[in-house]
Design a protein around this ligand. Structure first.
Ligand SMILES: [Zn+2]
Ligand SMILES: [Zn+2]
Length: 365
């Protein structure tokens, strides 16, 4: 486990709390580094800068507390691989029970990421779309699970990419099978109240089939199907392609349906062209959820399509599509959009408790 919680003992916590700045609880060094990384990620700061904090947390996690304290006092933390001057300063403050200035500033940004969706956000029990470093995410799957727990989720579906998405290090059937074993081990360790669910973000191939073997798809709890290639295909074949995927009984969620990018480091990209009425009608008939992708650079589907899917009776799933732990908090954006569109919370599958969700996800198999 790469988490830092549980390392601060109650006695120490009391001592630290007295020194907390502006009501911010002082934490141990690992928890402080993780909190800084989390808050930077939800603000969409640059991944490389954030990784410095996560790497430093990983470096000191296995060390005895006494050694970390001694090195902090002697100024020798930077001798350790993965710790530089700024992370050493954070660790030193944390060892002394001081909330680092950097964290004080970040905590000021820790409120909801979007206004208007707070009530719906509070109803969300989990997240159906997330990535780990098994594909193109930045963190180990157990770190994603830990952060989802800290956010109060009951479940997180791990949905790394499928084989054909080579740029994202998509998982072959063999690697996926191995990942499922790791997920089982993590769940045993977590012990019951939270579940890391088995999933995939499976590519929708040109002919509408799914990019993973039916045998492997059948072993998963939840399957998100998305278009990642040939986004500029003509409307008629794109419509056939998407409906083909929606009709596949393995598909539970239609991921970021238009593929558009509205802002962000990867630039912008127009939405794919397809007959949205036909695709959403198929979703409604099959009980496939239309994803409300919460990433600010996607805002997918656009409002007009979101309202069309609402009027056609579709189910929805508000997903973070997180590629790093802090991005799991982006559900705020999707919740605000769903609220604005007046979508009934009971039609949003991740307001459901885990067993209802699992029954729905396997209902066509
Ligand atoms: Zn995707
Ligand atoms: Zn994704």
């Amino acid at each position: 486990m790469t988490s830092g919680f549980g390392r601060v003992r109650p006695v120490e916590e009391k001592k630290l709390d007295e020194n907390g700045a502006d009501g911010i609880p002082a934490r141990g060094p690992v928890a402080t580094l993780r909190r800084i990384a989390f808050l930077m990620e939800r603000q969409r700061e640059e991944t490389r800068r954030i990784e410095a904090f996560r790497n430093a947390a990983r470096t000191i996690l296995p060390l005895p507390e006494e050694e970390v304290r001694r090195r902090a006092e002697e100024g020798t933390l930077t001798e350790l691989t993965g710790i530089g001057p700024s992370t050493a300063a954070v660790i030193t403050d944390a060892c002394r029970g001081i909330v680092p200035e950097r964290l004080v500033k970040l905590e000021a940004t820790s409120g909801p990421l979007a206004a208007g969706g707070e009530d719906l956000r509070a109803l969300l029990r989990g997240d159906l779309h997330s990535h780990s470093d098994w594909s193109d995410g930045g963190s180990p799957l157990e770190e994603m699970a830990m952060t989802a727990m800290e956010l109060g989720h009951d479940y997180l579906v791990l949905t790394d990419h499928s084989p054909r998405l080579r740029v994202a290090n998509g998982l072959s059937a063999e690697r996926l099978a191995r990942q499922l074993g790791v997920v089982d081990a993590v769940n045993e360790h977590l012990g019951g109240s939270f579940t890391l669910l088995k999933g995939i973000e499976v590519d929708i191939l040109d002919d509408g089939s799914l990019d993973q073997t039916p045998e492997m798809l059948g072993r998963l709890d939840v399957r998100v199907a998305s278009v990642h290639s040939k986004l500029r295909m003509d409307s008629a074949p794109m419509t056939r392609r998407m409906i083909g995927a929606v009709r596949d009984p393995h598909t539970n969620v239609l991921g970021h349906c238009t593929g558009r990018l509205v802002t962000g480091g990867r630039g912008t990209r127009p939405q794919s062209e397809f007959d949205a009425r036909a695709v959403f009608t198929a979703c409604a008939e099959e009980g496939v959820a239309v994803e409300i992708n919460s990433r600010p650079e996607r805002r997918d589907p656009p409002t007009r399509l979101l309202e069309l899917a609402r009027d056609l009776g579709c189910l929805f799933s508000i997903d973070s599509d997180a590629h790093a732990p802090g991005q799991l908090d982006m559900l705020d954006h999707g919740a605000a959009r769903a609220t604005e569109a007046g979508i009934d919370p009971d039609r949003i599958v991740n307001t459901w408790e885990r067993d209802r969700l699992l029954a729905w996800a396997s209902s066509r198999l």
